[in-house]
Design a protein around this ligand. Structure first.
Ligand SMILES: NC(=O)c1ccc[n+]([C@@H]2O[C@H](COP(=O)([O-])OP(=O)(O)OC[C@H]3O[C@@H](n4cnc5c(N)ncnc54)[C@H](OP(=O)(O)O)[C@@H]3O)[C@@H](O)[C@H]2O)c1
Length: 254
């Protein structure tokens, strides 16, 4: 059976792992991020390793032009089976909430709420197949921590969004929020590196502290993430409007 997917934040980190997981299941994909070169590199890897179509589509998810993505993906690939929505962080992070500017809050609201809402809305209106949509969030959106507090607070709205769209369009959408623990991605390296620098400790020491937040005393592994995403994307239909916490039973935040 054919599978067509949209993956955002697909040039690195969580989004790239999702793109690999879906390609390994035979999905052709539209890959979204801002930087074309990063997308082209991901596209070359996915098409040569998995033999799928992987089409780069540079777009900024904080901008209104990103509303066109569902229509473009359908015209390039056909009806959509899976959308995996990952993204970056607002420019100020890591930052204290009092130091986040108007633009930082607006950036977060556009990227984490407006973009997914419009993507879901467009899928509900035009897609000819029922789509599974996975929206990335964080374990810390349940108990915000200061370095990523803007993201945490805004993404606290995603479980409600998943319920809303799953209830309103049960024939066309199945929406799952994926709240992640800690994975050593390029974005996380940047955040942790900056926090370590501010405290005057080494990045490795800071990573050990992050790992110790889980009783497993380790970070999440990319292969675990790919396995879960591949399973969620094709999981039973009854799993809908739900929030999945994948955080190694993390006990505390930074
Ligand atoms: N890593 C973790 O442990 C972890 C845990 C919990 C939650 N998360 C969340 O998961 C998301 C992904 O994290 P990550 O670690 O994979 O980050 P990452 O390594 O920095 O990757 C971010 C991806 O999103 C793209 N992107 C960023 N801003 C964008 C924008 N405005 N429009 C379009 N694309 C954009 C980036 O490409 P361009 O820069 O080229 O646009 C890149 O492909 C983040 O929101 C993070 O808060 C991560």
């Amino acid at each position: 059976m054919s599978c067509n997917a949209i993956v955002t934040g697909a040039s690195r980190g969580i989004g790239l792992e999702a793109a690999r997981a879906l390609a390994s299941r035979g999905c052709d994909e539209l890959l979204v991020a801002r930087d074309r070169a990063g997308l082209e590199e991901a596209s070359r890897e996915l098409s040569s390793k998995y033999g799928v179509k992987a089409i780069p589509r540079p777009a900024d998810m904080t901008s209104r032009e990103s509303e066109a993505i569902v229509d473009e993906a359908r015209s390039l690939l056909g009806d959509i089976d899976v959308a995996f929505v990952s993204y970056g962080n607002p420019p100020c992070e890591p930052c204290e909430p009092a130091d986040a500017s108007w633009d930082d809050w607006q950036y977060a609201a556009s990227m984490y709420l407006v973009f997914p809402a419009r993507l879901l809305g467009r899928l509900a209106r035009v897609n000819g197949r029922k789509a599974t949509v996975i929206l990335v969030s964080s374990f810390s959106s349940r108990s915000p921590m200061w370095p990523t507090g803007v993201s945490d607070v805004v993404r606290a709205g995603l479980p409600a969004m998943a319920k809303l769209f799953s209830r309103a369009y049960p024939g066309s959408l199945r929406v799952i929020v994926l709240e992640l623990g800690s994975f050593r991605t390029p974005g996380a390296e940047r955040l942790i590196g900056e926090l370590a620098r501010r405290e005057g400790v080494s990045a490795e020491d800071y990573w050990s502290r992050v790992a110790s937040m889980s009783p497993l005393r380790r970070l999440g592994r990319p292969e675990e993430l790919r396995e879960l995403i591949a399973w969620l994307a094709f999981s039973p239909e009854y799993l809908t409007g739900v929030t999945v916490l994948f955080d190694g039973a993390t006990l505390q935040s930074l």
